[in-house]
Ligand binder design. Structure first.
Ligand SMILES: C[S@@+](CC[C@H](N)C(=O)[O-])C[C@H]1O[C@@H](n2cnc3c(N)ncnc32)[C@H](O)[C@@H]1O
Length: 355
């Protein structure tokens, strides 16, 4: 049986299926689900206090009645203040988020119109169908290089994932904004990352695929960091680089260079093989300087927990040691959930900054 409920977003009513995990919901639905949960929790507290008042009246217990009434008044007053603050923060965040996502949409549509001209032999549905297998292996980490040798499948992946994956970067980095009150843990790390984002001008995307993370970052900067006006240098790395270039990146590059005054370097890189001397410039990029920010996104968090453990001060000396971490995914305020390595439900997003 499905549990659906009609909820109102900022602009419209829609049915929210409560049986779906967060990863299956759109941003708007996730936000609505969060608000619905908070509102149900508030209603339960109110009901509990109202029941306590009724019981106290029937028992003729004025002391308990008075204290429950005061608690209820306080709860209702605090909720009004919170609602007001949330609306103010949401209004400004919505504007920034919308501006960023407009840019993502613009770039995405430009890419799609190039695909439409080139992909005469396969319909959009066929492109997406051919991407399904690849996607399944990507989620499980069982992909092989040969699976990427299908331009149509890579374009199908781009059709299906580019917009939401770029949106994930926008949404995640948007949580660092000082106006966004939801990130209360690791305040020092969050603040340091936010400050450094203003100065960012070089970005390396490892396992870049169709370049959606780079586009997400560009859009985030345009929407959330108005002081950021320098052009970007994107270093895009992937072990199927030739395939991604043929399918998507050769078309994305001119958009980023011409319309956004950015430069793009595409290079082959296999993260399972140490870099060679001929990759001197990549080795240089790998030696992240103080203040460098790392953004990790995984479908499940176990690899990221491992990374944190590997960077512990008592582990072998490694460049990881000077990293400070902050979770910015959905369970960021629940450290006990972070320990459930295999937990499903939403991508795990971890941020780190180098000391
Ligand atoms: C799940 S996709 C993510 C692509 C993109 N970052 C996104 O968010 O949509 C994983 C990417 O990693 C690349 N990849 C897989 N194994 C790799 C390896 N050993 N070294 C470098 N890139 C790899 C794949 O070609 C693919 O583009």
């Amino acid at each position: 049986m499905q549990h659906a409920v009609a909820v109102k977003s900022s602009s419209s009513w829609f049915d929210l299926n409560l049986d779906l995990s967060n990863s299956q919901l759109s941003d708007e639905e996730k936000q609505a689900k969060k608000q619905l949960k908070a509102s149900l929790k508030h209603q339960r507290k109110v009901q509990k206090l109202e029941t306590r008042i009724q019981h106290a009246i029937s028992r003729n217990d004025p002391i308990v009645e008075q204290s429950a009434r005061e608690e209820l008044d306080e709860l209702l007053r605090n909720n009004d203040i919170l609602q007001h603050q949330m609306q103010q923060v949401k209004a400004s965040n919505d504007e920034q988020y919308d501006e960023s996502m407009l840019l993502v949409r613009d770039i995405f549509h430009r890419l799609l119109s190039v695909f439409d001209k080139k992909e005469q032999s396969f319909s959009k549905a066929e492109q997406i169908q051919r991407a399904k297998d690849l996607l399944h292996h990507m989620t499980k980490g069982t992909q092989a290089l040969t699976m990427f040798q299908d331009v149509t499948a890579l374009r199908g992946y781009t059709r299906k994932k580019f917009y939401s994956r770029a949106g994930l970067v926008v949404e995640s980095l948007g949580k660092l904004s000082p106006e966004q009150s939801s990130l209360s843990n690791k305040k020092d790390v969050i603040d340091a990352c936010w400050k450094n984002l203003e100065r960012i001008n070089r970005v390396c995307s490892i396992g870049c695929g169709p370049g959606c993370d780079a586009v997400g970052l560009l859009a985030f900067l345009k929407g959330y960091v108005p002081n950021h006006n320098s052009s970007m240098h994107f270093i895009l790395l992937d072990y199927a680089m030739e395939e991604w270039e043929d399918a998507v990146l050769d078309d994305l590059e001119p958009i980023l260079t011409k319309s956004f005054a950015s430069t793009v370097t595409c290079e082959h890189c296999d993260v399972t093989i140490p870099l060679l001397e001929k990759h001197a410039h990549l080795i240089e990029a790998k030696k992240a300087k103080e203040g460098a920010i790392f953004f990790f996104a995984e479908p499940l968090p176990w690899q990221l927990h491992r990374l944190i453990r590997m960077s512990a001060p008592d582990s072998d000396p490694s460049p990881l040691q000077r990293l400070r971490f902050a979770w910015i995914d959905s369970s960021m305020n629940h450290p006990e959930l972070q320990e459930l390595d295999g937990r499903a439900g939403g991508p795990a997003i971890l941020l780190a900054i180098k000391n």
